[in-house]
Design a protein around this ligand. Structure first.
Ligand code: NI
Ligand code: MN
Length: 227
């Protein structure tokens, strides 16, 4: 599994000739140097509706003629915009060719703002994505919560992508606890340094992970790692 960081919480994930993009906030993302038109994927996966995650979903789905996999209320909104959708809910899984997604809990909120109108986005979620025999846990936007221990116990997570920005989500202290609870050997920090409110010292976070025996990998925008 190859994971490319596109800034904020956006990840491009590729394995065995298949690719997906998670939370494709590219336009207006100060840390993304990738244009939506350059994205080639088999599906768009969304954790929740907030604009810093929904981003370029509709344009990418239309350009690739690919489905948007999202919590059902958000999927319904996408369907109204004329794209193929898979409407999910917490605890459910879905298998696309070479791509398995399972929706997990996340403690957050979910709404989409379009032309100053606020649209209900359903429940926010995390995503367990299995491709090429490897599993990525993208926690979405979330607070620390105790059931992360259960997510860790029940799943063999190869890499956990966790928000560390604080203010809207877990900060680094809680994300360190989350990293221990989900039990992944590698952690990819997300959702930091995009806006002043979520500026964090990612090197310090990775040093604390290292002390806990976990490899923290802070990718620059467009940088990739292999799991
Ligand atoms: Ni959010
Ligand atoms: Mn967010």
């Amino acid at each position: 599994m190859k994971i490319t960081y596109l800034g904020h919480s956006a990840l491009l994930v590729e394995a065995e000739g298949k690719s997906v993009i998670i939370d494709p906030f590219l336009t207006g993302n100060p840390n993304s140097e990738v244009k939506p038109a350059d994205i080639r994927v088999d599906a768009v996966l969304l954790t929740h509706a907030h604009n810093d995650h929904f981003g370029d979903t509709i344009g990418i789905a239309k350009a690739n003629d690919c489905p948007v996999v999202a919590p059902v209320e958000l999927a319904n909104y996408c369907m109204e915009q004329g794209v193929k959708t898979v409407g999910m809910n917490i605890g459910g899984s879905h298998q696309l060719e070479g791509i398995k997604v399972k929706y997990t809990l996340a403690f957050h909120s979910s709404s989409l703002t379009v032309d100053d109108k606020v649209i209900y986005g359903g429940e926010p979620a995390g995503i367990l994505l299995t491709m090429g025999g490897k599993t990525l846990y993208h926690a979405g936007d979330t607070a620390l919560f105790g059931d992360m221990k259960i997510i860790g116990e029940l799943n063999n997570i190869d890499i956990a992508a966790l928000p560390i920005g604080d203010f809207f989500t877990m900060g680094p202290e809680d994300a360190l606890i989350a990293a221990k609870w989900v039990g992944a050997p590698k952690v990819l920090p997300l959702h930091y340094n995009t806006f002043p409110a979520i500026e964090q010292d990612v090197e310090a976070f990775c040093a604390n992970l290292k002390e806990a025996g976990i490899e923290g990998i802070a990718l620059q925008s467009k940088e990739s790692l292999e799991v």
